[in-house]
Design a protein around this ligand. Structure first.
Ligand SMILES: [Zn+2]
Ligand SMILES: [Zn+2]
Length: 441
């Protein structure tokens, strides 16, 4: 339906991309719009079409906006034509001049065309209705507009740093939170390790309300448990949290984690936990959670440390943040054979990781650094490459970054990883994890 009398607006603007957007929005608000692209055309159109309002750009060819305005004001027939000036020149003297020439309003570029439409509506006394928010014109046809689907099986890395959290611009890309990984599918949420990344994982669960969360601990070094007191769901009634740990951790699991809430360390005590807490020793193998099967194997790391493997809908993911593979080996990873005694000693782990779809495994030290860190419980990068080959994993995501390795260093280290794999004639997609990374499986 056409309104009885459309208000006519003349848009004088030489940049086509801008004039088209303005025209589109004004038309959508019910105005008749004409566009001109220089000062001369503008004056001709005013004479011929007698618009009700003009949108005038100051910077235009042939005759600029100020000259147009002066000409209009000098002619009795157009001296009262309402004009809104749009300009990217925000010099106060020029603006004052424009106002003295009777411009209704001045809008400084860049601006949203909707803002202009509101001013125009105000001028004509037309209410801008909420429903009149205009989307930019886009081509017809179906649009592909994906959003992250958290119901699909995926892993999310909440903390990818080893040893201690780090902070600062040099760590901005990879992040500074210590170990924490989530595996999620449908409504199931399974966490691995309780490093400082656990805090943000907990916050993410709050918005969906109480649920049962499973938390598997690889070992009880600080960087794998320090986030536990900051895991908000433990204080919220309705949540149920089941923590799983290896019997070989030594003391009981509850006091190993909950002990961090001792009065000497933390202001909130264990009595303040409001979630239903279960602490479970891993006697079952595998553990089944809603269609996912979780198995474990001992890793090569000081104290009792386990690696976990998740199998779900035909896919397998292994989480091995701390593992010194081939401890003390400094040779060429290309020369490593399954029958070598040093490799045979690691056979259970190689078998455990065989053909997994995604291996999350550390490679903490480049070979030169490793020489000084033998026995610290973390892999030589070259030896981790040998593991990826021996276990023929399909994809490798490197995690547990050293706190001394900033983003620039990690980029170089990843380049070195590609070079080592090339040298070994072994192709495997490899990437460095970062805090917040999501991988669909
Ligand atoms: Zn660690
Ligand atoms: Zn450790």
């Amino acid at each position: 339906m056409t309104p009885p009398q459309l208000k006519r607006i003349l848009v004088a603007e030489d940049v086509r991309a801008i004039s088209m957007r303005i025209a589109h929005v004004l038309k959508a608000h019910g105005y008749e719009v004409e566009v001109v692209k220089d000062g001369e055309e503008c004056l001709n159109s005013v004479a011929a079409n007698q618009p009700d309002l003009m949108i005038l750009d100051l910077m235009m060819p042939k005759l600029n906006g100020v000259e147009v305005l002066k000409t209009l004001r000098a002619n009795p027939e157009t001296e009262r034509l309402p004009v809104i000036v749009c300009t990217s020149k925000d010099f106060s003297t020029e603006l004052k001049y424009v106002r003295d020439l009777g411009a209704l309003d001045v809008i400084i570029k860049p601006f949203e065309p909707e803002v202009l439409a509101r001013r125009v509506n105000d001028f004509f006394g037309v209410a801008t209705t909420i429903g009149s928010e205009i989307q930019p014109e886009s081509p017809a046809g179906p649009h592909y507009e994906p959003t992250l689907d958290t119901q699909r099986p995926h892993i999310r890395l909440w903390g990818t740093r080893g040893s201690i959290p780090v902070s600062g611009p040099q760590f901005a890309q990879h992040g500074g939170n210590t170990s924490c990984m989530e595996f999620a599918f449908g409504d199931e949420r399974i966490l691995f390790d309780a490093g400082s990344g656990l805090r943000e994982a907990g916050l993410s669960f709050l918005k969906d309300g109480p649920r049962h969360i499973h938390l598997f601990i690889t070992h009880t070094h600080w960087d794998h448990i320090q986030g536990f007191p900051f895991f908000t769901p433990i204080y919220v009634p309705g949540f149920e949290i089941t923590v799983y740990g290896e019997r070989g951790f030594g003391r009981n699991l509850e006091s190993l984690l909950g002990g961090q809430l001792d009065r000497d360390y933390f202001p909130i005590q264990r009595e303040d936990l409001r979630a239903k807490m279960n602490f479970v020793f891993l006697d079952e193998n595998p553990v089944s959670i809603g269609g996912a099967k979780i198995t474990r194997e001992f890793a090569h790391h000081p104290g009792a440390t386990v690696a976990y493997k998740i199998e779900h809908e035909g896919k397998s993911i292994a989480y091995v943040p701390d593992n010194e593979f081939l401890q003390g080996f400094l040779g060429d990873p290309k020369e490593v054979r399954p029958e070598d005694p040093i490799v045979m000693a690691q056979e259970p782990m190689i078998r455990f990781l065989k053909d997994v779809d995604v291996l999350l495994h550390e490679a903490q030290y480049p070979p030169d650094e490793y020489r000084k860190k033998i026995g610290w419980g973390h892999s030589n990068l070259a030896n981790a490459c040998a593991l990826a080959r021996l276990a023929t994993v399909k994809k490798w995501i490197v995690l547990h970054h050293d706190p001394n390795h900033d983003d620039a260093f990690l980029h170089k280290k990843l380049n070195l990883t590609w070079q080592i794999l090339k040298h070994m004639d072994h192709y495997v997609p490899v990437m460095h994890s970062y805090d917040g990374m999501v991988e669909f499986v």
